[in-house]
Design a protein around this ligand. Structure first.
Ligand SMILES: [Zn+2]
Length: 96
């Protein structure tokens, strides 16, 4: 019997609350593992559009002032990674 099968057999006896807890714990360890084990595989971070706060339609749009620029296809606004932050318009960038 594989680990998964034995876990599933055990899980049948769990209460609903325990099952939810188990799933949450599994998700937690899974997301922790993927976040730490393969940093090189990370693609561009999912950005929220500072204008409409959608992140489903934000795509890269070249560079502006040496920074990665993005455009939101939802509302058509373009922005750089420091848009709407304290560093917006700053010449210092994020590496101070
Ligand atoms: Zn937008």
């Amino acid at each position: 019997m594989s680990c998964i099968e034995s876990i599933l057999t055990e899980a049948r006896d769990l209460s609903r609350d325990d099952l939810i807890l188990l799933v949450n714990k599994l998700m937690e360890s899974f997301s922790h593992e993927t976040a730490t084990s393969s940093p090189k595989k990370m693609t561009a971070p999912r950005l929220d559009c500072p204008n409409c706060h959608s992140n489903a339609h934000v795509v890269r749009n070249g560079h502006k002032h040496g920074k990665q620029a993005y455009i939101c296809r939802q509302c058509g606004k373009s922005f750089v990674t420091t848009s709407n932050t304290l560093l917006s318009g700053s010449h210092f960038g994020t590496k101070i």
